[in-house]
Design a protein around this ligand. Sequence first.
Ligand SMILES: Nc1ncnc2c1ncn2[C@@H]1O[C@H](COP(=O)(O)OP(=O)(O)OP(=O)(O)O)[C@@H](O)[C@H]1O
Ligand SMILES: [Mg+2]
Length: 232
Amino acid sequence: MGVTLRGVTRQYPGIRALDGIDLAIEDGVSVALTGPSGAGKSTVLHLIGGMDRPDSGTVEIDGTELTPGRLDAHRRRIGFVFQRFHLLPALTVLDNVVAPVLPRRVDFDRKARAMELLEGVGLANRAGALPSELSGGQQQRVAVARALINLPGLLLADEPTGNLDSTTGREIIDLLLTLSERYGMTMLIATHDAEVAANCDRVVRLHDGRIVSDQQVTPAADVLDRLGGLRP
Ligand SMILES: Nc1ncnc2c1ncn2[C@@H]1O[C@H](COP(=O)(O)OP(=O)(O)OP(=O)(O)O)[C@@H](O)[C@H]1O
Ligand SMILES: [Mg+2]
């Protein structure tokens, strides 16, 4: 799924949360959204996710403007991972993953896909557990599986590693990147973690509601190739 923002602004009383954002993200690319607290990262994710509306400017998905009438359908076609995992405490791991499937629209065996996803995140053996019986990293892995249950073309993650230690956070990011590649998803991750950002294809930095830098990440392998080419 491709995403384009044109001249997007979002205001709160006395605050310009977003002050003219122009951003084009190509289908299948992973982008890290960085910048200090209050820069506008979550606001961008909410606008792209159809959970909030811009005051001016447009958000386009695959070239089509995200108008109010399209929001519901759009929200069903994306996946969202939050900093606090937001699992439903009374449901088992498996039922949490299945939960976002809308009953009348099911065209696949939802429990089978949920189990497949739980296998993908290494938690098939905990399908019957309650969230309270899992570690933080395991809960976030359930949240990742849940975000993928509708096979979204776009995965939005808002500081998905913010509540995890660095090793576990690293595992979650590797998992997100692996899954986004496997399923051909576009991915946008808001993060404070430079290492997370370095593993994405592109890093967009916000400050005071504006984009202050936008860089392509050069894969380490390419750097080594180029260095190799310089050798006599
Ligand atoms: N519902 C709201 N009401 C008023 N102001 C808000 C609201 N949501 C966000 N803001 C303001 O908009 C600005 C951008 O907030 P946003 O949450 O997008 O920042 P962020 O980059 O995600 O920060 P953090 O790294 O702390 O999560 C901030 O100044 C914030 O206070
Ligand atoms: Mg935020």
